[in-house]
Design a protein around this ligand. Sequence first.
Ligand SMILES: *Cc1c(COP(=O)(O)O)cnc(C)c1O
Length: 353
Amino acid sequence: MSRYMNHCYDALKPYVPGEIPQDPDTIKLNTNESPYPPSKGVCGCFTPENAETLRLYGDPANRQLNRAIAGYHHIRPENVMTTGGSDETLELAMMAYCADGIAYPDETYGFYRVLTDLHEIPVRLIPLKEDLSIDPEDYENLGCAIILANPNAPTGLYLNKAQVEKILRSNPDHVVIVDEAYVDFGNESMIPLISQYDNLLVIQTYSKSRNLAGARIGFAAGNEELIQDLEKLRNSRNPYDVTRISQLVGVRAIEDSEYYRSTCEKTVEIREWTKQQLKELGFSGTDSQTNFVFVKHETIPGEMIQKKLKEKGILVRWFDHERIRDYNRITIGTREDMESLIKALKEICDENG
Ligand SMILES: *Cc1c(COP(=O)(O)O)cnc(C)c1O
């Protein structure tokens, strides 16, 4: 740190993203990206004509994109705020609604901790159950804001509508943020509940299920007043956060929703195949509902599996956290990617067991 840096950031630990490999032959199963390209409509956005319009600012109100997102989810544009990736939506929501602190599970998306540290928000960490699932009763009557990734990361486990509604009803004076980064891989969104619950804010991203991690598109859905709060903060910080190109890409991605449904379905199919194969190799894990699996081997430590796979050109994630040190989080790639993974794991098991 330079001697000029404000000491208020001394203790800050920035988010550690999964490694970005330099070798193009690496099989990258460490950051939950899609192995499939964006839709044809999206790829068609990159024309010289559209490039020329980049001299202009985009619409800071994201009107076209908000309208498209609202249409897709059968809500009104007033119920939508788009941002440059959902990490940004998460930050705005934390800035807005955590005056009394915020509760989240002891194992969840690591960026929550980074944001609460950055904004000095008091945190109430609620342990997952022994089987790594969330006990929804732990979140009733808390007296602070709540954020839940649903399905949760890195466990992949999902709370159903009735369970989320109970949490919403028992915390009427605080906002409950539901981060649905992985909901499109086979589960139901809570967005339809925003008309019934004033305290519900749902956050989604186009990074995972719409194959657009590099485009940085995320959004929040909630009642009109919540959206106005968030827009106020967004416009006080970075009103042009969604680039012109991302605005175009986002609208096309919605027009091509059928394509994304098919890539998500493929991922779900390959996920279930992968779970079965891993089981045969002596792995167990959660019943992940996402585009990754979360598994541990009966004898080989997660850290070693990560290292050995890396030597074979396959990147997966391992978290050095006490409760989940035995596990690896492995993104679902193409069928060929997963066949290579299984082959590599077989070799590792043969060499070490
Ligand atoms: C990937 C992820 C995000 C971040 O998505 P971006 O839109 O790329 O910023 C948010 N929440 C969870 C749980 C995620 O896994």
